[in-house]
Write a protein that binds this ligand. Structure first.
Ligand SMILES: [Zn+2]
Length: 127
């Protein structure tokens, strides 16, 4: 429940009245206390995820990840919850997963290549 005053004569209007009993001016739309907070909370809540979607929030960490050892360390710390930003944590987790896939492929290719060299050596010695 909130207090509503007549905008013309300043009389405190009785609750639920649609017009001022003194001057007859229509009462302004009441602004209830609890829905007031809900109205302000709702758009903030739905817009909250967008606050982390600025370009700099991704460009900064991605540039940091390019630094050989410090980038990997920062990604590990952030991925384990060392940051208040959920976007940064998930970005770090995604980066680490991408790195694991990348190095697994590199390692597989290296092993494949070494096996090929080994086979060539075996054939060379067999002659
Ligand atoms: Zn009035």
């Amino acid at each position: 429940m909130s207090l509503v005053f007549c905008p013309q004569c300043g009389l405190l209007l009785p609750a639920g009245s649609t017009a001022c009993p003194r001057c007859g001016r229509p009462a302004p739309a009441p602004v209830p206390a609890v829905p007031h907070a809900a109205v302000h909370a709702a758009p903030h809540y739905t817009r909250a995820p967008d606050h982390g979607l600025r370009l700099g929030d991704y460009l900064g960490p991605l540039l940091l990840f390019c630094i050989p050892l410090a980038g990997l360390l920062a990604a590990m710390i952030w991925a384990c919850g060392g940051t208040a930003s959920a976007h940064r944590r998930k970005l770090a987790q995604a980066y680490l997963i991408q790195q694991v896939i990348f190095w697994a492929v590199v390692l597989a290719l290296a092993v494949f290549y070494m096996l090929g060299l080994y086979m060539q050596l075996l054939q060379f010695w067999a002659l």
